[in-house]
Write a protein that binds this ligand. Structure first.
Ligand code: HEC
Ligand code: HEC
Ligand code: HEC
Ligand code: HEC
Ligand code: HEC
Ligand code: HEC
Length: 202
């Protein structure tokens, strides 16, 4: 019981800190969206069992992501993205259900979850891969120390080491992170010497 409370407290602190750091816009009217705010009305703060379903109100716990849908500085809030339902991108599957197995009403997610991937088919419903390759043909943000330039939208279909790279590896939806910056870090996680050709050194 004590351990649980301590974890909750740490969670609350972590969430508060992250709200300030990664939110695209200053957090306004926190009490309006803060699930804990409503606890004041309830006599008991005991945890209530929560049953995750397709009808769950996602905004209740995922304040940062929900607010990003109203903020054009975030990709999720830009143009037609803002009208997409959470579950259109986040498939309601066994892994999403599992992530909510031990969740209680009033729980807030950890500050940063283990990397959440979104299936690229959700994006390709509206974006065409061929068109994307054309559009970024002149983009040079991915240039290694040898001067090799790679089109960011060709990487996913190049070579045998890139199966895990998805749209969401570079495009963050709920923060204002810029793909031109995140893309380079994705490559460096494997191409450790800033050289794209692997076989040249060992
Ligand atoms: C009662 C609070 C609550 C509600 C309601 C809720 N979530 Fe969550 N969600 C959480 C918590 C807590 C976590 C973090 C779980 C963990 O620590 O792994 C989480 C994790 C997630 C993740 C990350 C999963 C992963 O594997 O990285 C996604 C995506 C997500 N939720 C989407 C949704 C969607 C979509 C809805 C609405 C249909 C929703 N959540 C409703 C509390 C909630
Ligand atoms: C419902 C259709 C739809 C879906 C699904 C969709 N997009 Fe988009 N996206 C658009 C449209 C339309 C635009 C052009 C901007 C606008 O006017 O809405 C756009 C623009 C973009 C842009 C350019 C942003 C800019 O600064 O100009 C990026 C990057 C992007 N989408 C990435 C994604 C990713 C990644 C996914 C999947 C996680 C996705 N989109 C899913 C319709 C969609
Ligand atoms: C390796 C990183 C990376 C991956 C993976 C990636 N992108 Fe991009 N994307 C970029 C970069 C870099 C740009 C250029 C943005 C800029 O200059 O700010 C871009 C631009 C875009 C644009 C705007 C194009 C324009 O000029 O109008 C769209 C739309 C887009 N990406 C969608 C997607 C979708 C959908 C996927 C998955 C199928 C995807 N991207 C995968 C890095 C990536
Ligand atoms: C257009 C597609 C799209 C929509 C709509 C969308 N998301 Fe996401 N979401 C993503 C992508 C892509 C990621 C992984 C990259 C990132 O963290 O931004 C993500 C990440 C997340 C995460 C994990 C954050 C972390 O710390 O790792 C949660 C939780 C989440 N979304 C919840 C939601 C909720 C709740 C909604 C509805 C209010 C929603 N998303 C709507 C595409 C989407
Ligand atoms: C998960 C690890 C991983 C990541 C992340 C990764 N690569 Fe690679 N890449 C590899 C491996 C392994 C090879 C060698 C595979 C082969 O020879 O087919 C490779 C090969 C390449 C090649 C040579 C392809 C060829 O035709 O032989 C290029 C160019 C390249 N990567 C560019 C990139 C760029 C640009 C990024 C960032 C967007 C990136 N890679 C991200 C693992 C990775
Ligand atoms: C520009 C030269 C260069 C290229 C290109 C290069 N490496 Fe390396 N790699 C090194 C050097 C030097 C070391 C040993 C020193 C170190 O770890 O920094 C190393 C170490 C490693 C190690 C650790 C080996 C050990 O015994 O600890 C792995 C694994 C590795 N490289 C994988 C790769 C992969 C996969 C690629 C392609 C994605 C790659 N390297 C491309 C120079 C390179």
């Amino acid at each position: 019981m004590f351990k649980g409370n301590k974890q909750l407290l740490l969670l609350a602190i972590a969430v508060a800190v992250v709200g300030c750091l990664v939110g695209c816009a200053p957090q306004k009217q926190a009490s309006e969206n803060d699930p804990h705010a409503h606890d004041d009305n309830t006599a008991s703060t005991e945890m209530v069992d929560f049953e995750f379903s397709q009808d769950s109100d996602c905004t209740l716990c995922h304040t940062v992501e929900s607010e990003s849908m109203d903020d054009a500085a975030c990709l999720a809030g830009l143009g037609s993205h803002a009208t997409i339902e959470c579950l259109t991108c986040h498939e309601f599957d066994a892994s999403l259900e599992k992530a909510h197995d031990d969740v209680s009403v009033g729980d807030s997610p950890r500050s940063s979850l283990k990397r959440t991937q979104v299936n690229e088919t959700a994006c390709l419903a509206c974006h065409s891969e061929e068109e994307l390759i054309e559009k970024t043909a002149d983009v040079t943000v991915l240039t290694d120390s040898e001067g090799t330039v790679v089109n960011p939208h060709e990487v996913m279909s190049t070579g045998t080491g890139h199966e895990e790279i998805a749209c969401s590896s570079c495009h963050k939806m709920h923060t204002s992170a810029d793909a031109a910056q995140t893309a380079g870090d994705v490559c460096l996680s494997c191409h450790h010497k800033e050289v794209y050709e692997c076989g040249t050194c060992h």
